[in-house]
Design a protein around this ligand. Structure first.
Ligand SMILES: *[C@@H]1O[C@H](CO)[C@@H](O)[C@H](O)[C@H]1NC(C)=O
Ligand SMILES: *[C@@H]1O[C@H](CO)[C@@H](O)[C@H](O)[C@H]1NC(C)=O
Ligand SMILES: *[C@@H]1O[C@H](CO)[C@@H](O)[C@H](O)[C@H]1NC(C)=O
Ligand SMILES: *[C@@H]1O[C@H](CO)[C@@H](O)[C@H](O)[C@H]1NC(C)=O
Ligand SMILES: *[C@@H]1O[C@H](CO)[C@@H](O)[C@H](O)[C@H]1NC(C)=O
Ligand SMILES: [Zn+2]
Length: 454
């Protein structure tokens, strides 16, 4: 057994010791320091700078979709010293579409600031091109749902660029200490991939403009006029799984979701109340054979598999998230200390093996790529987080099995905190390049797992 797998197993046996760094929230935020007072939050959040971190690109280096992004796994990219701005994310996407004759699509719901979300479809073979049916796409990859987690869209687009470039040139890919053969590149491409490179365009544009360490979208519908922190919904708490946490979860089991708009983990007014999450759900619904979903986040150095609600169990099929008999019982980890087992989320054992294998492969490859530790572990092991995107593909299959097949969802937390930065989610240039290498290997592994395990 490889080291990462052993460590991850150990962590599970240790019954979820709280991690030093928590996915997508800083240690201070996990201690509740974002809850304390508006004044306190102002002092913490409003004076941030991006000093010592990778700057945001100016202009459009992809020149309106005519210059390709150059990936780190296939060539030596000249331009990894700034983060792609919102214009560049779309422009890079359009150059990939133009160069490789891909299908570009727009999602139906416009954001609060009227941005249109978009995606691309990479069919199972170059020759399949645009004629491929929606059923031939089995993997959905997305980035940019949390605004401040800088670099996510860049990593995803540069990986796609690597994959298609290598396939076109009949070569393999190299991400630091990990090498993939040309045959593996072909195999990775063969699964049919849909990509949503920028799930939170308003939030990312705002974060880039203000360096405010902004996480949510920019919806003002629930905001109070005097509290700028009450703007926005945490999109990764707006999905349907256990969203109604006061009902679905045991009392006091989760601080990672809130019904107060001023909180950084505000869930919104209803499940899928936000256009961005509706667009993600819509994209999943266009993929009748969706089997694997990965949502890219930073900066906890972890590959998280589901569920994100409670510990998993593979014995009692009826003990699951849509069974209301268990409402109010979920989320205690460990269950009622000393008083025995109360609730575990059902995960089909075969699917569980596939999901944990894939997650372990991803974590191992990231370690091998960059030399930094990555842990594969269950998402609920960090803290139960209702309303998350990566539980949605599993939850919809439970809710409506006639309509939706089961798909395994993952949250990949790339990178490590930038301790020297005021916003720890803003990497340095060196960290950004290392993150690019590690995520390249991670994306390859998830596609190879999809090819092997589907
Ligand atoms: C931080 O913001 C406060 C209030 O907006 C201001 O008085 C103070 O000078 C700022 N500090 C820095 C270091 O910018
Ligand atoms: C790199 O990007 C900058 C803008 O961010 C652009 O001016 C420059 O021409 C680019 N260089 C290359 C080699 O693409
Ligand atoms: C978005 O578009 C709607 C309808 O065109 C308009 O009423 C609204 O003011 C726009 N909002 C922003 C933030 O531009
Ligand atoms: C908002 O700020 C204004 C001006 O500072 C003040 O008059 C008003 O009472 C505040 N409202 C609330 C709800 O705090
Ligand atoms: C296939 O997916 C696209 C979006 O990617 C959508 O516009 C189209 O309606 C779908 N086709 C069918 C037959 O569902
Ligand atoms: Zn995140």
């Amino acid at each position: 057994m490889k080291a990462t797998a052993a460590i991850s197993l150990l962590w599970q046996l240790l019954a979820f010791e709280p991690a030093a760094v928590s996915a997508c929230l800083t240690a201070a935020e996990m201690r509740g320091e974002n809850h304390i007072s508006v004044l306190h939050r102002r002092q913490r959040m409003h004076n941030l700078t991006n000093e010592g971190t990778i700057p945001i690109g100016v202009g459009d280096r992809f020149q309106q979709g005519t210059v390709l992004p150059v990936g780190i796994g296939s060539q030596a990219p000249a331009n990894l010293t700034t983060v792609y701005n919102v214009v560049e994310i779309e422009s890079a996407t359009r150059s990939l579409v133009r160069e490789y004759n891909l299908q570009y699509f727009e999602t139906p719901f416009k954001t609060y600031e009227n941005a249109t979300m978009f995606g691309i479809k990479i069919p199972c073979a170059a020759t399949a091109s645009k004629a491929a049916s929606n059923a031939s796409y089995t993997v959905l990859l997305e980035a940019g749902i949390h605004a401040r987690e800088r670099g996510g869209p860049d990593h995803l687009l540069n990986f796609i660029s690597d994959l298609l470039w290598a396939e076109g040139h009949g070569t393999g890919l190299i991400y630091g200490g990990v090498e993939y053969t040309a045959a593996e590149v072909q195999k990775a491409r063969s699964v049919g991939v849909v990509v949503l490179p920028l799930v939170n365009p308003d939030g990312v544009a705002y974060d880039h403009a203000t360096n405010s360490c902004w996480r949510k979208n920019r919806n003002r519908a629930s905001a109070s006029p005097n509290d700028t922190f009450s703007i926005g919904v945490d999109l990764n708490r707006n999905f349907p799984p256990a969203w109604d946490y006061r009902k679905t979860m045991a009392p006091g089991t989760t601080d990672a979701i809130s019904d107060k708009p001023s909180e950084i983990v505000y869930r919104g007014t209803a499940p899928l109340s936000e256009p961005e999450t509706q667009n993600v759900a819509w994209t999943m619904d266009q993929m009748p054979d969706l089997k694997w979903f990965l949502d890219l986040h930073s900066m906890a150095g972890m590959m998280l598999y589901g569920w994100g609600i409670d510990t998993n169990q593979g014995k009692d099929k009826s003990m699951n998230l849509v069974n209301q008999a268990y409402d109010g019982k979920r989320g205690a980890i460990p269950d009622n200390r000393g008083r025995g087992f109360v609730y575990g989320e059902y995960y089909d054992p075969e699917e569980y093996v596939a999901a944990t294998l894939a997650a372990t492969n991803v974590a191992d490859a990231m370690l091998a790529a960059g030399g930094r530790n990555y842990f594969a572990q269950q998402s609920a092991g960090l803290y139960p987080a209702p309303g998350g995107s990566s539980d949605h593909p599993m939850f919809r299959a439970l809710s409506d099995p006639a309509k939706h097949k089961w798909a395994n969802g993952f949250t990949l937390e790339f990178g490590q905190p930038n301790e020297k930065a005021e916003c720890q989610f803003y990497p340095t240039v060196e960290m950004h390049q290392l993150n690019m290498m590690e995520t390249g290997a991670a994306f390859m592994e998830i596609l190879l797992s999809a090819a092997k395990l589907s």
